[in-house]
Design a binder for this molecule. Structure first.
Ligand code: GAR
Length: 209
């Protein structure tokens, strides 16, 4: 079982980052976050990384002329930390196909809806406005589209009639914090492979010993 070195890209609060740090420290995930990168100087995610003695890097998009120049720096930082896996955790920028190709390692994203429903921004609001009775979260591979890559894991939560965007977001977040470390653990165990769009998880559904 390989111990994975993770780069986490986050723009804000970083509660998913925190869940990953906690799972790693508790030995529930055979992986360590080695660098956190943000496009926002004041992101709480950077603060969380520093508290854990983890390299915290702010890359200011305004310092670069174009998206590729900005993304080239992200790649440079990631490569400098000998990372096995890139995790997007509330990174609120769409990465280009240049980034996906240059990375050369798997990239995962967590999204607060049951994809392919409600991709893009404000997924929880989209779910409430649409009137679905269930929503949830999805961990998926990042491909060259928006929230469109092969789905690794999903978790479902109910949507209640009196839900606000915030109450639904919090209910989904509880599941996100369990799902992301689980997906990383499956990868570290070498149990995940892609067959076209489908993700095959070996041992799934088998009864333990
Ligand atoms: C999470 O709900 C994550 O799924 C979502 O942003 C939040 C980040 O929270 N991501 C997206 O909407 C990506 N399109 P966090 O900073 O506390 O982890």
């Amino acid at each position: 079982m390989a111990h994975l070195r993770l780069a986490v890209l986050a723009s804000g609060r970083g509660s998913n980052l925190q869940a990953l740090l906690d799972a790693s420290e508790a030995g529930q995930m055979n992986a360590s976050v080695v660098v956190v990168i943000s496009d926002k100087e004041k992101a709480q995610a950077l603060e969380r990384a520093r508290k854990h003695g983890i390299s915290a890097v702010w890359v200011n998009p305004r310092d670069y002329r174009g998206k590729e120049d900005f993304e080239a720096v992200l790649i440079e930082v990631i490569k400098g930390h000998k990372v096995d896996l890139i995790l997007l955790a509330g990174f609120m920028r769409i990465l280009s196909s240049y980034f996906v190709r240059q990375a050369g390692i798997p990239i995962l994203n967590i999204h607060p809806s049951l994809l392919p429903a409600f991709p893009g921004l404000n997924a929880q609001k989209q779910a409430i406005d649409y009137g679905v009775r269930y929503s949830g979260c999805t961990v998926h591979f990042v491909d060259e589209g928006v929230d469109s890559g092969p789905i690794i894991l999903q978790a479902v939560v109910p949507v209640f009639p009196d839900d606000s965007e915030e109450t639904l977001a919090m209910r989904i977040l509880v599941e996100e914090h369990k799902l992301y470390p689980q997906a990383v653990q499956l990868l570290s165990e070498g149990r995940i492979r892609c067959a076209g769009r489908k993700v095959i998880i070996s041992g799934e559904g088998e009864v333990d010993g």
